[in-house]
Structures are given as structure tokens and as C-alpha cells.
Unconditional design. Structure first.
Length: 113
């Protein structure tokens, strides 16, 4: 699985940053802002009503708040995508859904592997 780096520049609208990836093993997100500019991050899939999640909002249910100057990572050791299991069974260590961000006047990065 190749490492992918996505620059984040949020300015008041929801943006799809990374699409669904069944081989994803790790996610790292960083908010470069010094004092203002929260990044809200959500993962695709479906909400409680069964509707598809296609955007992030400020403070919606299940969204992550990445405040200025902070970072967050999912996963740990980034093992190969398949570990000799029957039928090539995967062991995901992070969310595989599409990743959406929302915010205002924030910059950062999202790295997936």
C-alpha cells in the first residue's frame, strides 16, 4: 500500500479528501493552525437513518475535532494489507471509508497508508 499525502486547506465547505480504500492501514491528520481554525473530520458510510454520509459539518454527531496545533493518528504498525489468511482476509487498523473535512481558515495534512 503506497503512502498518500493530502494537503488540507479548509475554508468553510465540506471537502472529500480521501476516497474509500479497502487496503488502508493507517491514517495521520495534522492541523497546522496556530490559534484559530478547527478541522472537523468525518468518515463516509451511513448515518443512524441509513443515509450515506457525504460531507462533514462543524460538530456533527460522530465527527472528530482536530483543534489548532494538534494531530491524531489511527492504526499503529502498518502491516502488509494481507497476512496469509484464507481468501486474503484483511486486518484493517483504521477506518476504510471516505474521509471528509470541514473547517474555516485551517491548513494541515492527511497521510494514509
Amino acid at each position: 500500500m503506497a503512502t498518500q499525502v493530502f494537503g488540507l486547506a479548509v475554508s468553510g465547505s465540506s471537502v472529500l479528501v480521501a476516497p474509500y480504500n479497502p487496503d488502508r492501514r493507517g491514517i495521520y491528520v495534522r492541523n497546522y493552525a496556530a490559534s484559530a481554525g478547527t478541522i472537523w473530520l468525518t468518515f463516509g458510510g451511513t448515518n443512524a437513518n441509513g443515509q450515506p454520509i457525504t460531507q462533514a459539518t462543524a460538530g456533527g454527531a460522530g465527527e472528530m475535532e482536530i483543534v489548532p496545533g494538534t494531530e491524531y493518528s489511527f492504526g499503529g504498525l502498518l502491516h502488509p494489507t494481507k497476512n496469509n489468511r484464507p481468501l486474503g482476509f484483511n486486518f484493517p487498523s483504521c477506518p476504510l471509508e471516505a474521509i471528509y473535512i470541514y473547517g474555516s481558515s485551517a491548513t494541515g495534512c492527511l497521510i494514509t497508508q
